[in-house]
Design a protein around this ligand. Structure first.
Ligand SMILES: NC(=O)c1ccc[n+]([C@@H]2O[C@H](COP(=O)([O-])OP(=O)(O)OC[C@H]3O[C@@H](n4cnc5c(N)ncnc54)[C@H](O)[C@@H]3O)[C@@H](O)[C@H]2O)c1
Length: 280
């Protein structure tokens, strides 16, 4: 385990949906957690945990919070599609602060990447972890940047990283797309456990999804970290099949409704935006 009583685990985004889940479950395992978020922590503090509000854009605050930590679970930041300026500070600058702090502390980082880093692949594609990134908006772009940061800090500074391209962590499978992207809360927690316990992880990409037969993804570093998901969306087929939107763009691409935000390609079919004759 890269973190212990002497080397606590820093969890950013602790007051968010996944942060609260991790705080409760990892706290119950007895992990020594240093929780942080820009918003107050809404739950009773787990045993062995402390909480401090901080803005990820505040480099000094992030560095102070990371002091002596052996592992940083980086789950803080903007988690929906937003204008570029709203994402720039929390996700780009904030992730830089986290990686620089990890370098200083010689800590391992778990980066909460997203399926939206590859959301512009069509749903018929089955992706390997080393596919080209195809972000489906500014949010997905910030996750692609975070993954590149992780790669840089591993290659240049030996900061170990696991990038989890999280699908959809939900208690239930609520629609047809989620049959492909579902990560059950239990599989999610066991993945984070392996990220902490694995002896060596290097720079690993993991598809954050349960054992779904309709998965968009296959092939990642799960054997390296010793993670096997046990749940599957297959048992939710009856409930979710046929639950689709009436938006053809959302239904065409892996990223779903995030792709539709500000999508303008339908207004300019390929070849119609630029006419080479204009140059002559
Ligand atoms: N929930 C999922 O299924 C899912 C899927 C893909 C990726 N992810 C990623 O996992 C992470 C957690 O997801 P979530 O669903 O819990 O999101 P969330 O929005 O519920 O939580 C994000 C937290 O980050 C905090 N935050 C935002 N800006 C901040 C700043 N400047 N400084 C400090 N804290 C800030 C927010 O207050 C919030 O509590 C996010 O990075 C998200 O992109 C989640």
């Amino acid at each position: 385990m890269v973190a212990s009583g002497d080397r606590p685990v820093l969890l950013t985004g602790a007051s968010g949906t996944l942060g609260r889940l991790l705080a409760a479950r990892l706290g119950a395992f007895g992990w020594v957690l240093r929780l942080t978020d820009i918003a107050e922590f809404p739950d009773p503090l787990p045993p062995n945990s402390t909480f401090a509000t901080a803005d990820l854009e505040d480099q000094a605050a992030v560095h102070a919070l990371a002091e002596n930590c052996g592992l940083i679970l980086h789950f803080g930041g903007v988690s929906t599609e937003q204008p570029f300026e709203a994402i720039l500070g929390p996700n780009l600058r904030g992730s830089f602060h986290v990686y620089e702090a990890a370098r200083k502390q010689r800590a391992r980082v778990v980066f909460a990447s997203s399926n939206h880093a590859v959301g512009l692949y069509e749903r018929s594609a089955v992706l390997n972890h080393d596919c080209n990134l195809r972000p489906d908006g500014f949010y997905g772009l910030s996750k692609a940047y975070g993954e590149m940061l992780g790669r840089l800090y591993w290659e240049k500074h030996a900061v170990e990283t696991i990038m989890i391209r999280i699908g959809s962590v939900l208690p239930e499978v609520t629609n047809e797309r989620i049959l492909s992207t579902w990560l059950s809360p239990n599989d999610f927690v066991s993945l984070i456990q392996r990220c902490a316990e694995a002896e060596r992880v290097g720079c690993s990409v993991i598809w954050g999804a349960s054992n779904n037969s309709r998965s968009f993804w296959a092939g990642d570093a799960r054997a390296t970290i010793g993670w096997t998901p046990h749940d599957s969306s297959d048992s939710h087929l009856d409930r979710a099949l046929g639950k689709v939107t009436d938006d053809p763009v959302a239904e065409r691409y892996q990223g779903g409704v995030f792709v539709s935000v500000d999508y303008s390609r339908r207004d300019f079919p390929p070849g119609e935006m630029f006419d080479a004759k204009m140059l002559s």
